[in-house]
Design a protein around this ligand. Structure first.
Ligand code: ZN
Ligand code: ZN
Length: 349
């Protein structure tokens, strides 16, 4: 079968690899579409996450088949799998967890201390014709959802989790920093929750027009005054909730500065490249809350699947398909250059 294998930084090759067989408790999935994530771009830039020491949860290291946002059809069942059937259409919740650390034991498996993801450090990934995955990491797709929509559930679940973390009420106002796929997902998640006052801060015009088409007001940070907009709309003190979906110093600073007293900041895009800078004085004098948001829970997946089946996640204007052979140039290259927003790779049948 064909797979996109990351060998080292800037060395991603589509090559022939052996088709895997499902072990006990696993299923073999024939992948239909796999989305490219910002974290995949980072992997291509930085290289393998595990080169010589296998990850404890997946027992894998070395060259890595990328891809953690995917949907496909169950092609084969491993021993003991009776919760799924051949031919079922599924999407994958790609996070592995240990089950025995403190977060796992207290019900927060997505915060597992040794968390890793399928397609990041694992045997196999979604950017291949087939991959094997534990049956417990699979969600069924309802008939209303296409396979392409199925491949968008993972990133939309990331955004959904961030909206949940904000505890926002429908009458409150939100500012979203960053109009990429996760920012778009936050806008759609907010709208599905009944929030109507949403502003997106995004320097790229094409991304602003997508956010606008989805019902958000848009702000160009280079020319527009967010504060003036907020007070013009009656949000004198600032926003109730602000989301950092870009993860750079300017957006973290903007996220905190845009809040009213006692407002809540949700950090969806965290980078280890920058220390966050603010002052204890600001925190004390505004009583704002800064909240992190990592990945998703199974409940986020279930809710996004249900909301998507109800039409809450339109894809026009921001999701594009490419062929597998175009992966490096039209996928990774175009995303890195800002020429596309979300790319779904169609795997050859
Ligand atoms: Zn991702
Ligand atoms: Zn754990």
């Amino acid at each position: 079968m064909l797979a996109a294998v990351l060998h080292a930084a800037h060395d991603l090759r589509i090559e022939e690899v052996p088709k895997p067989t499902p072990a006990a408790g696993e299923v073999l999935v024939r992948v239909a579409h796999n989305g490219i994530c910002g974290s995949d771009l980072k992997l291509l830039e930085m290289g393998l996450r595990a080169t010589t020491v296998p990850h404890v949860l997946t027992n894998h290291c070395g060259p890595q088949i990328l891809g953690h946002e995917f949907a496909g059809v169950i092609e084969q069942l491993g021993m003991g799998v009776n919760s799924l059937q051949l031919g079922e259409r599924v999407c994958i919740q790609p996070n592995y967890h240990c089950g025995s650390c403190h977060p796992c034991l207290t019900g927060f498996t997505h915060l597992c201390q040794i968390v890793t993801f399928h397609g990041v450090i694992s045997g196999g990934g979604g950017l291949s014709q087939f991959t094997t995955i534990p049956a417990s990491m699979v969600h069924r797709l309802p008939d209303q959802l296409s396979m392409a929509q199925g491949a968008l559930i993972e990133p939309m679940a990331v955004s959904h989790h961030a909206v949940e973390r904000s505890s926002i009420d429908p009458g409150e106002m939100a500012v979203v920093f960053g109009g990429g796929p996760i920012g778009i997902g936050v806008v759609l998640g907010l709208r599905a929750r009944g929030v109507t006052n949403i502003a997106v801060v995004e320097p790229v015009a094409a991304r602003r027009s997508v956010a606008k088409s989805l019902g958000a007001h848009t702000i160009d940070p280079n020319t527009d005054d967010l504060r003036a907009y907020l007070s013009k709309c009656g949000w004198l003190g600032g926003s109730d909730v602000s989301f950092d979906c870009a993860g750079i110093p300017a957006t973290f600073g903007g996220t905190l500065e845009s809040l009213r007293a006692r407002g809540r900041a949700v950090i969806v895009a965290g980078s280890s490249a920058y220390p966050l800078t603010t002052t204890a004085h600001l925190l004390q004098h505004t009583e704002i809350t800064i909240t992190g948001s990592l990945a998703f829970t199974s409940e986020d997946f279930r809710q996004v699947i249900s909301l998507m089946a109800d039409g809450a996640y339109p894809t026009e204007g921001w999701v594009e398909h490419i062929e597998f052979g175009e992966l490096v140039e039209e996928g990774f290259g175009a995303l890195a250059a800002g020429r596309r927003t979300k790319v779904l790779v169609d795997l050859p049948a």
